[in-house]
Design a protein around this ligand. Structure first.
Ligand SMILES: NC(=O)c1ccc[n+]([C@@H]2O[C@H](COP(=O)([O-])OP(=O)(O)OC[C@H]3O[C@@H](n4cnc5c(N)ncnc54)[C@H](O)[C@@H]3O)[C@@H](O)[C@H]2O)c1
Ligand SMILES: [Fe+2]
Length: 384
């Protein structure tokens, strides 16, 4: 029996230059004061001035919070929320990578409905209403603009998620011109993150559904086709558009068919070693794909056939191998560190990572194959 539910942002606006035309989206919701959530890197890159000027030109009051940190810690979320309340903002715009978008989600919620952050971690514990929310990603990416999740770093080195349909934006705006200046390494890291979203959504143990499947396949096709181009030629707007759309589709997919062991093993790398989220995923992806192959090899074969016509004539075993080889190639060709030892992790840290991964039950439970602590240790060792 087919039984599923699918939640998504009510509107996606995909248009080059759309970041300069955000005002009507908020004014249409009756907003007069926009609170823009972004980070210092984007301000330095000169990406915040023009969208903010356009909002002001259209008659909106604007307050900018530009102190978001990567893997946003709780104190950043709380400081941004306090600033939004003090300003009297009635609409929130997230402008940036996943860190800014995740912060913007919680600001929109907590500024309108005060509740303790510690009380709302986990699924469906948040209460509304929230302020109007527009999400504008500048990486491709986390897909955060299309997910009901906000990931926060807690003081005890954990990454915890607030998960609620209230965190889906009113509009997700895909403006590929914003991603033209993203350097090759973050382009590759965030691109692999998006691929992992699609793969894990398609192979998840829980809540796999036909809408997510269709989105994941299309996302992976777009990401597979455009990642190399976007890394090699940052100003290739078509490649950037393919990546941004692929990332959003993958986000919609995994919002409803949750990610699993690759993300579970990536979490401790982010929370203990401050490794960028996409890089952490890239470093553990291939070992986990090989580990899961005995259970979901036929799914990998389906994905391989969607990516490469050569695989259409192959049996499942050959096509699954081809899929893993394609993904391995994406990581190998990316201008990023290739092994845990290359990013300052010592072999003695591996057992600590394996133990910490066991705490990421929420994601491990979604994995097609059970992962024990000793298996996690073997997977990290393979990446070492
Ligand atoms: N909510 C979700 O569903 C979800 C999914 C996956 C990841 N995440 C979270 O997202 C975060 C990671 O996000 P991210 O990988 O997008 O990176 P990020 O938001 O942490 O940004 C990384 C760096 O890239 C810079 N940057 C971003 N866009 C740029 C551009 N166009 N040009 C130049 N520099 C640019 C930023 O200034 C920053 O210094 C993590 O906290 C992770 O946990 C959330
Ligand atoms: Fe991710």
């Amino acid at each position: 029996m087919l039984r599923f539910q699918f939640d998504s942002p009510p509107r996606i606006l995909c248009e080059r230059g759309a970041a300069l035309r955000l005002a009507p989206l908020l004014q249409g919701k009756g907003c007069a004061h926009a609170f823009v959530v972004t980070d210092p890197g984007l301000v330095r890159a000169g990406m915040v001035d023009a969208p903010v000027a356009a909002l002001r030109d259209a008659g909106l009051r604007v307050t900018v919070y530009d102190q978001v940190e990567a893997d946003p810690p709780e104190h950043v979320v709380l400081a941004a929320t306090a600033a939004a309340r003090a300003a009297g903002a009635d609409g929130v715009i997230g402008l940036g990578g996943g860190s800014s978008l995740d912060t913007a989600k919680l600001v929109a919620l907590l500024a309108a409905t005060p509740q303790a952050l510690a009380d709302i971690y986990g699924p469906n514990r948040a209460r509304g209403p929230r302020l109007s929310l527009i999400q504008v990603p500048t990486t491709a990416g986390t897909g955060s603009e299309a997910t009901p999740t906000s990931v926060v770093s807690t003081p005890d080195h954990q990454k915890r998620g607030v998960i609620s349909p209230l965190l889906l934006p009113d509009v997700a705006v895909l403006d590929a011109t914003l991603t033209l200046g993203l350097p090759p390494a973050p382009t590759a890291m965030t691109g692999v993150d998006a691929m992992v979203h699609a793969i894990e959504a398609y192979t998840t143990r829980h809540l796999k559904n036909p809408v997510s499947d269709a989105l994941a396949v299309r996302a992976l096709q777009l990401l597979h086709t455009h990642l190399g181009r976007a890394v090699a030629q940052g100003n290739d707007i078509e490649a950037r558009e393919g990546m941004l759309l692929g990332s959003a589709l993958a986000g919609m997919a995994f919002a409803n068919a949750p990610v699993a062991a690759i993300h579970a093993l990536a979490h401790p790398l982010g929370s203990h070693f401050h490794m960028p989220h996409g890089l952490a995923n890239a470093l553990v992806m291939v070992p986990v794909l090989r580990f899961n192959r005995s259970v979901v090899g036929h799914r990998y074969a389906e994905l391989a056939r969607a990516l490469d016509p050569v695989c259409l004539g192959q049996d499942d075993a050959a096509a699954a191998d081809a899929f893993i080889a394609l993904m391995e190639q994406h990581v190998a060709q990316a201008p990023i560190p290739q092994r845990l030892r290359d990013v300052g992790i010592a072999e003695a840290d591996v057992p600590t990572l394996a133990r910490a991964a066991m705490d990421v039950r929420r994601l491990l439970d979604n994995n097609a194959r059970d992962v024990s602590e000793s298996e996690a240790l073997a997977l990290y060792s393979e990446s070492f």
